[in-house]
Design a binder for this molecule. Structure first.
Ligand code: BTN
Length: 260
């Protein structure tokens, strides 16, 4: 009998990628919560991957939770990335979203893959991957990059409301994927795009824009206390979402986007 899809090949993942360390759990509440604790330690070999076959309390952005059934990929990449001062994690979040679009595209070359700012990855108009970037230390250079991808967790039997908004790789391709090999692809893309982020950021901006699903759409960006509504006209060089309100164009650096 072959390996079950989610029986991860940790040796392969370690040998074929830039990782120094892998911390594996059969089951854990949240790989991000674990990485946030681990990331506070001084003596760490980075990059470290915290990965679990099952999460029982996966976290999403804001107060959202992240539900993932058997067959999903859930991991947090812990690394140091010297970000420009005052930049925050906004632009790097977009770069991570871009890397995940490219990883998915490599596996699903015929699929329609796009990025809903700041970093939700969609296939054929439905969410397939969520990203939660957090900082374990007060300085923003150490990052806990949490990524959840619906890989072999088909949503075919999920409630209708869920099927309308979410999809998985297996639902789009009709074939289960080898999760370890897909993870190696994700880590290669993340390594490449994060290097570009530091060394040639200008090369990324057109790529963010190429994948942007919101450009040309009527949207509202909600932050605690404000709502900015208008027509999205793209993403600027600093990663802000641009919203045309007629008299002026607003720049949004954070918020939850609703398509109107
Ligand atoms: C979102 O779309 O709101 C972000 C979802 C991020 C989910 C991933 S799964 C691995 C990592 N651990 C968590 O608890 N969350 C992230």
């Amino acid at each position: 009998m072959g390996r079950p899809e989610n029986d991860l090949d940790l040796l392969r993942i370690r040998n074929e990628t830039f990782l120094s360390e892998i911390v594996y759990f059969d089951e854990i509440a949240s790989t991000n919560t674990e990485a946030m604790q681990l990331g506070k330690q001084d003596k760490l070999t980075l990059p470290t991957l915290v990965i679990a076959s099952r999460q029982t309390a996966g976290r999403g952005r804001g107060d959202n939770s992240w539900w993932s059934a058997e067959g999903a990929l859930t991991f947090t990449l812990l690394l140091d990335l010297p970000l420009a001062t005052g930049q925050g994690v906004g632009p790097v979040s977009l770069t991570i979203g871009l890397a995940m679009c490219q990883a998915l595209e490599e596996w699903l070359p015929r699929a329609d893959i796009g990025l809903k700012w700041p970093n939700d990855v969609f296939i054929a108009g439905k969410k397939a991957c969520g990203i939660l970037v957090e900082c374990p230390l007060p300085q923003a250079s150490r990052l806990a990059i949490g990524i959840g991808v619906n890989v072999n967790n088909s949503l075919v039997t999920a409630p209708r409301e869920m099927r309308q908004i979410a999809t998985s790789m297996v639902d789009e391709s009709g074939e289960p994927a080898d999760v370890s090999r897909f993870l190696v692809t994700c880590l290669h893309r993340l390594e490449g795009r994060l290097r570009d982020h530091l060394e040639s950021p200008a090369s990324l901006m057109e790529q963010w824009r190429a994948y942007c699903l919101l450009t040309g759409r009527e949207i509202a960006v909600e932050t605690p206390g404000t709502t900015i509504a208008g027509r999205c006209v793209g993403i600027d060089d600093e990663g802000a979402l641009l919203i045309d309100q007629g008299a002026q164009t607003q720049r949004c650096f954070a918020g939850v986007v609703r398509i109107r």
